[in-house]
Design a binder for this molecule. Structure first.
Ligand code: PAF
Length: 275
């Protein structure tokens, strides 16, 4: 595997490649990221993984400087997973001048749920992902369904901007307890690490009930929210049943997903289960 920092060198390496896949990451890799690389490996001749902690998607209150940077270990893991090129640009290469042209997702999708709790987050994500798409020019790109809304926002961006890229959503990798793999799990205390699995258990039960009792979405949501409220360490942001494709309100004729975001102590956890 080659580690490349310079966009020009990356273009040079990819010039004649006909089937390139991109896995975009912010590094600090875990099994979820490696699963994306393994999926990309199955369908593509050249797999590129980008490692870039994107300042545009951090709010002023977020700890951008404190975000773990583990490039050496990330490269070892990527090489083992079958990645061909790790692209780790410097901030000055991604943003040589202040980024004043920004990709603003449709508020109907980008300003709800995560977008409501983290204003500007999807603008930062879409802008950097579009730049990565332009630099790598992949034919396919792989995103984790763990960040369900992010995957849908990017899919819509690609459709609306007519980018010739196939977007794949890849199933969430879980710990044996059911907890979704995430870089943030490392910051959970031992007790909270155990408690965190409850979130997946809860939304799996909501999904199972929704399969049996369709229409009763509002009741299922309120019952689940009330159950979570009994755990004093969880602070719920949202727990909601939505349409899979655009995250709008549920309809009987559409495929649905249960989405949850909650803080456990100071760590924000996200998860979802498709119905
Ligand atoms: O999911 C992430 O790690 C980031 O949001 C992404 C897609 C790499 C963009 O910075």
């Amino acid at each position: 595997m080659q580690l490349v920092h310079q966009p020009l060198l990356l273009r040079e390496l990819l010039r004649d490649k006909t089937n390139v896949a991109l896995v975009a990451t912010m590094g600090n890799l875990h099994e979820g990221h490696l699963h994306l690389v393994e999926n990309a490996r199955k369908t593509s001749k050249t797999v590129v993984a980008s490692i870039f902690v994107n300042p545009l998607q951090f709010a002023a209150s977020d700890d951008f400087d404190g975000y773990p940077r583990t490039l050496e270990r990330d490269c070892e893991l990527l090489a083992q997973a079958g990645c061909d090129i790790a692209f780790a640009p410097a901030i000055k290469d991604m943003y040589p001048t202040p980024q004043t042209y920004l990709v603003e997702p449709d508020p109907a999708l980008g300003s709800i749920l995560e977008g409501k709790s983290r204003p500007g987050f999807f603008r930062g994500v879409c802008t950097v992902v579009l730049k990565l798409f332009n630099l790598v020019q992949p034919h396919q790109a792989f995103f984790g369904k763990k960040d369900y809304q992010q995957w849908r926002v990017i899919e819509k961006m690609v459709e609306q901007l007519s980018l010739p890229i196939q977007i794949h959503g890849v199933d969430t990798v879980r710990e044996p307890s059911g907890l979704a793999r995430s870089s943030r799990n490392a910051f959970l205390s031992q007790q909270h690490h155990q408690d965190a699995a409850y979130l997946y258990q809860l939304i799996s039960e909501v999904a199972a009930s929704a399969r049996k009792a369709c229409h009763e979405w509002a009741e299922l949501e309120s019952a689940a929210r009330a159950r979570l409220a009994q755990h004093p360490d969880f602070h719920l942001d949202y727990l909601t049943i939505r349409r899979q494709h655009d995250l709008g309100p549920p309809l009987e004729t559409e495929r649905l997903v249960v989405l949850v975001a909650a803080k456990l102590g100071s760590i924000r956890l996200l998860d979802n289960v498709e119905i």
